[in-house]
Design a protein around this ligand. Structure first.
Ligand code: SF4
Length: 352
């Protein structure tokens, strides 16, 4: 390693040792816990992950416990984190780890990489943080920091990764590789922030080309986010004290989650028209009247949704189906749901 790269790593790691946030998954070397935290952190912010992580470790304390759990319980514990395929992959990987590796997460990155949900990032994170194997990792924070250190112009996307990887391979120490990787991510989160990086406090400013040239604020080039707006009509169907929910298909968006019937409001339709049409298409029933109950808004990664929720009267009940359930209000919370539907349940419970 060149002396300036040794200095870069040393300054970075020393800074991390002094300034790293104390987080529950940093108090352990248990590869299972590190794996769970890394998957959750790909979803959302550190603060949002902490309660999910703590609850998850309580419910599924080991790989074996995760393997033995029913998928529905796993999706329920994941509810609100989004990208439900990741929770399913955790389950599948736990089954393989128990069947093929005696319940122990393998140290060998090549073996890790074969497990469901282990892309280059997760493989590198688990190998380096849990087993101290010098594997580099690139996430959004690392990409931004190294782009600035090398003054790489352009968008922060994978087209930058070849040059970033080349730099990291030289900079990563052979020992304490996990600390180095975590330090780089922590620097991105706390100091080398997306907006207004705190360069004066930065331990690697002497090695940062963007800072030296004064162009750190324009690296990376900001991306315009395209957010789609969705208007959706939702029907609350009640029989006695029970409400109808149905399961989404096993493939596609929000797969395998449970929700109230309804669907997208097409152009030119009123919410009531859309509700009538959707319930007829989905459940083969005709609603005789509908009463507006509430509107619920929720932001997903690529769209924001406005749910128009109606209490519906209907003549004939929908036919029984494996993927439909009539449940009392206190049971609804046991089923994994998209966040918008979970908000409806919470409001129904409040008004009950
Ligand atoms: S000097 Fe500034 S731009 Fe460079 S790595 Fe540090 S915080 Fe980021």
């Amino acid at each position: 390693m060149k002396p300036e790269q040794t200095l870069f790593s040393r300054n970075l790691v020393n800074w991390y040792k002094k300034h790293a946030r104390r987080l529950p998954w940093r108090e352990t070397r248990d590869p299972y816990k590190i794996w769970i935290s890394e998957i959750m952190l790909q979803q959302t912010t550190v603060n949002a992950v902490i309660p999910y992580y703590q609850k998850w470790i309580k419910i599924f304390p080991t790989v074996e416990a995760l393997k033995n759990a029913p998928l529905q319980k796993i999706l329920k514990a994941w509810q609100g984190l989004g990208y439900y395929q990741r929770a399913k992959n955790l389950h599948k990987a736990a089954q393989i780890i128990c069947a093929e590796h005696g319940g122990e997460i393998p140290e060998d990155p090549e073996q890790l990489r074969k497990l469901p949900g282990f892309g280059p990032y997760t493989t590198g994170a688990v190998a380096s943080i849990a087993f101290d194997i010098p594997r580099t990792i690139i996430d959004a924070n690392v990409r931004r920091v190294v782009m600035r250190v090398l003054a790489l112009k352009g968008f922060a996307d994978t087209s930058q990764d070849h040059r970033i990887e080349k730099f990291l391979r030289k900079a990563i120490p052979q020992q304490n590789a996990g600390t180095f990787n975590q330090a780089l991510m922590e620097l991105g989160a706390l100091i080398c922030r997306n907006r207004e990086p705190l360069c004066l406090l930065c331990p690697v400013k002497s090695r940062c080309a963007a800072y030296q040239k004064g162009i750190q604020e324009i690296i990376p080039k900001p991306k315009k986010k395209i957010i789609q707006d969705l208007e959706v009509a939702i029907g609350i169907l009640q029989q006695g004290n029970k409400y109808l929910i149905q399961k989404r298909p096993s493939k596609g968006l929000l797969a395998d989650l449970w929700e109230f019937p309804g669907g997208k409001i097409e152009k030119g339709e009123t919410p009531q028209d859309a509700l009538k049409r959707e319930l007829n298409e989905e459940l083969d029933i005709d609603i005789t009247s509908s009463r507006h109950l509430m509107n619920v808004r929720h932001f997903y990664t690529q769209f924001r949704v406005n749910l128009h929720v109606f209490h519906c009267q209907f003549k004939t009940s929908p036919k029984n189906h494996l993927l439909r359930k009539w449940l009392p209000i206190n049971k609804l919370t046991e089923y994994p749901m998209p966040s918008g539907s979970a908000k409806i349940v919470a409001r129904l419970q409040k008004n009950h």
